[in-house]
Design a protein around this ligand. Structure first.
Ligand SMILES: [Ca+2]
Length: 410
């Protein structure tokens, strides 16, 4: 009897302990607030945000001493970076090359066997990810801009990294975001696996005024997040859209030029960054089947200064609000959540490479809202294109100028 009673007591104690753990799961050391936003320049518009904290949240400053190291400066316009299981980094270069770089910065030769990319304008070899079973199947998946009848498309290819690591075997184009457009801008271009083993891919609306409205068309794969199998077909379980004729691969719509996607380590939600026009860069929490509004609603204006929309609107029923936006723009590109323990105050924070902003933006997120912003590596003056977490729990970031940074605590 005594034994049973102890078991019950122990079980209750465990439940209580687990309960505490659950309640405390978002607790982490706070980075102190600076009491003012990191942005000090005037906005391009006087559009009011939809809610407090949607833009210009107070700044924070990382308490831990952080050290950044340039591992190499010899890359040429790197665009995508991901970690290999052994801790090395796989990096794409815009012109159409792929290289393996060690965590100490030794740059490998260009890997051959990649289908031709059209690297004009913003095109080229773009985002990259590895198969969850890479250790056994050595499969890679990447996004690129491809010449097509009538212009170019955002395309997805896969192939096996040869045992020799010098080539890609059996490279195959598995998906094309149609229609082709005669523009070399706004390809989107990030790719990652979701927890079901399917691929999420971001596509842009190709920038020109003729293609811009296609972000709102359910029959065009432009300005979307698509969710596809590793064979390139629409993934099972995709959302349905109310408009008729919707492409079955569509996951979300109404995006402009989404160059960053990442999955929140705790909630499992897909988060996304996209370039706005002049003002109106966005961070979105992407819900399947939702419409993120471009170009119907935006917190930006045309590069010319003209309003977008007549009258210009920033909010509309049925269209999702960004979790956060910037005006003026920082040009957010690749991003990652920090899932490590080495820098406890960074846990579950979002790190975003900023191009025109020339820094790495750190967003502290609580209950799906941004509660703090920090600019890291601002003094480096680099256009940060992509960032990933290494196997060693440091962050690795690449810049348009060809640098690879390792960012870790001192
Ligand atoms: Ca939007």
């Amino acid at each position: 009897m005594k034994c049973v009673r102890w078991s019950i007591t122990l079980a209750v104690a465990l439940i209580v302990l687990n309960g505490c753990k659950k309640d405390d799961k978002d607790e982490k050391p706070d980075s102190p607030s600076t009491g003012k936003p990191v942005e000090t320049k005037p906005a391009n518009t006087n559009y009011p945000p939809a809610f407090t904290g949607q833009t210009r949240i107070n700044g924070v400053r990382t308490s831990a001493a952080i050290q950044s190291t340039v591992l190499t400066s010899s890359l040429t316009a790197p665009w995508g970076i991901t970690s290999l299981p052994d801790g090395r980094l796989l990096i794409t270069e815009k012109a159409g090359r792929m290289r393996i770089v060690t965590s100490t910065g030794a740059v490998g030769n260009a890997i051959t066997g990649i289908p031709a990319v059209n690297a004009s304008g913003q095109g080229g070899l773009l985002g990259i990810t590895i198969d969850p079973q890479f250790s056994s199947n050595r499969m890679l998946y990447w996004v690129f801009s491809e010449s097509a009848s009538g212009g170019t498309v955002t395309a997805v290819a896969k192939g096996r990294l040869a045992d020799s690591e010098t080539s890609i075997e059996n490279a195959t184009v598995i998906y094309r975001a149609n229609p082709a457009i005669a523009s070399d801008l706004h390809y989107g271009g990030r790719i990652l696996f979701d927890k079901t083993g399917n691929l999420l891919v971001s596509t842009g609306e190709r920038s020109i005024l003729a293609s811009r409205p296609l972000a709102q068309s359910v029959t065009a794969a432009l300005g979307k997040i698509v969710r596809i199998t590793t064979s390139g077909s629409a993934a099972p379980g995709n959302p349905t859209f109310s408009q008729s004729g919707a492409l079955p691969e569509m996951y979300s719509m109404g995006h402009r030029n989404p160059q960053g996607i990442a999955i929140h380590p705790k909630t499992g939600d897909l988060w996304q960054s996209e370039h706005g026009p002049r003002g109106g860069d966005e961070i979105n929490r992407v819900q399947p089947g939702a419409n993120y509004g471009w170009p119907t609603i935006t917190y930006g204006i045309e590069y010319s200064g003209a309003a977008i929309g007549n009258p210009p609107i920033q909010q509309k029923d049925g269209l999702e609000q960004p979790v956060y936006y910037w005006d003026p723009v920082i040009s957010p590109s690749g991003m990652t959540f920090y899932k490590g323990n080495r820098i406890a105050e960074w846990e579950n924070d979002l790190f975003i490479g900023a191009l025109s902003g020339t820094h790495i933006a750190r967003l502290v997120i609580k209950d799906n809202k941004v509660v703090g912003e920090e600019r890291l590596l601002e003094s480096e003056g680099q256009r940060f294109r992509d960032i990933t977490q290494g196997k060693d729990e440091a962050l690795y970031a690449i810049t348009d100028g060809g640098r690879l940074y390792r960012i870790d605590k001192q």
